[in-house]
Structure formats: C-alpha cells, structure tokens
Design a protein around this ligand. Structure first.
Ligand SMILES: [Zn+2]
Length: 236
C-alpha cells in the first residue's frame, strides 16, 4: 500500500485513521445507484476489503444512475462489472463477489459476521430488513440510505445503542420500479461512504440516532432525531 496515494485525506484524519481504513472490511449490499457511488469512494479511500453482493445484471434503464455500469456492460453481472471498475481505480483493495439475493437471515448473518461495517444500498425492503436484523443480532454498524424521485434519506445504525431500521420505518413502501433522478443515489451513496469511513475511524460525528432527509427538489436538508421503538420487532 502506498500512503502517498491517500495524502489529501490523511491531511484530514491522520495516518492512524488511514491505517485503520486500510485494515477494514466493508460489505456493500446492492450495486445499483447507491452502491455504485458508495463503493467507488470506499475503494478510492483505500479500504482493505470490499465484499460486493448483488444478484442482478445490468439493464439499460440502470444507466442513468448506476455509474459503475457502462453501456458496454449491458447484460453483465453487476458484481463483475463493478469489480472491474473498482479494481482499476484501486488495485490495492481486495474484492469478494457474491452474486446472490439476500433472502435468508442465516446467510445474511454469515456475510455480516465477516465485515466491520455494512452499507445498505439495496432496492427492496425485505432484504433491507433482513440485513438490519442480522446487524442487530451481531452488533454491526449499518449505514442505511434510500432514494425516490428527487428525495433521499440516510442514517447510521449501531446496535445495540441506536434505533434500528425497524424502529425508524415501521411501514416501508414496498414497490417495484420507483422513479429516480440519477444524481440522487450518487449524493446519498457518497454520504454513505463518508459515514462508513467515520464509523471505521471514529473521526467526526456519525448520523447515529439521526435521520438526514435530503430534498433535491427544494434544495434542502433536514435532520430528525430518531428514537428506539419500545416494541421494535427487530431490536427490543
Ligand atoms: Zn429497532
């Protein structure tokens, strides 16, 4: 590893924090719009290992926002398309690829157990709640974001101290294809990468216990305090 590569961010958080980043493993669940942005910046930041999970192939309608996948990748597995770009960006990162859908708690726990932080960049709520449950059960920090249209939100869940996803969203919208303006998952995915690096290094104040709501239509950001739910099905 060449520390000089990371000079500009070492000037922000110091060598020790950079070495912590370079010894950490992050699971990026979902390689769509959020996962493209988050994994690009995590690879660029020099995490030791990125575990990439996605079951899907690249479709034409993905290309307005899933910037790791290019026109030439149509029909390719997203995990392979993503790895190719990320490896080219930073060959010092180790990649582990799983082409699968997150469908069983025991399997998700198996994946989560091996990593330091989880990035929830999924597009379906069943898998998101499984990931939340696995992180709650194993006490793993979990960086959640979601986007729709020109809006998006983000929070950091660090069990057992903070509210979990099921505390915050009791009735999530379960839909098929939602409208998304391309830059939105880029913005929220970059924020996920930043929060992940803060969780890893302890640098700054993470969004634990707070939900950041970004409204791209109005150009506004609001932050709400969130609380643990007394009878939360996942964490109480
Ligand atoms: Zn909860």
């Amino acid at each position: 590893m060449h520390l000089s590569r990371y000079l500009r961010q070492i000037q922000v958080w110091g060598v020790e924090a950079q070495e912590t980043i370079m010894s950490s493993t992050v699971l990026v669940a979902g390689l769509g719009g959020l996962g493209s942005a988050a994994s690009l910046y995590l690879a660029a930041a020099g995490v030791r290992k990125l575990v990439l999970v996605d079951h899907d192939v690249v479709k034409e309608s993905d290309l307005n926002r899933q910037v790791l996948h290019w026109t030439r990748d149509l029909g390719a597995l997203k995990v392979e398309s993503a790895e190719e770009k990320l490896r080219s960006l930073n060959p010092d990162v180790n990649f582990v690829l799983y082409r699968e859908k997150l469908e069983s708690l025991s399997r998700v726990e198996e994946l989560v157990r091996e990593v330091d932080v989880v990035v929830d960049a999924l597009d379906n709520w069943t898998s998101r709640f499984l990931l939340n449950r696995a992180c709650v059960n194993l006490g793993k920090p979990f960086v959640h974001a979601a986007v729709e249209g020109l809006k998006g939100w983000l929070t950091v869940i660090h069990p057992p101290h903070t509210p979990c996803l099921a505390c915050i969203l009791s009735n999530p919208p379960e839909k098929g294809s939602v409208p998304v303006a391309g830059p939105l998952p880029g913005i929220l995915g970059c924020m996920q990468a930043l929060e992940t690096l803060k969780v890893i290094t302890g640098f700054g104040k993470t969004l634990t216990g707070r939900l950041l709501f970004f409204d791209g239509l109005e150009g506004s950001v609001e932050i709400y305090e969130v609380r643990k739910k007394v009878n939360c099905p996942a964490c109480s």
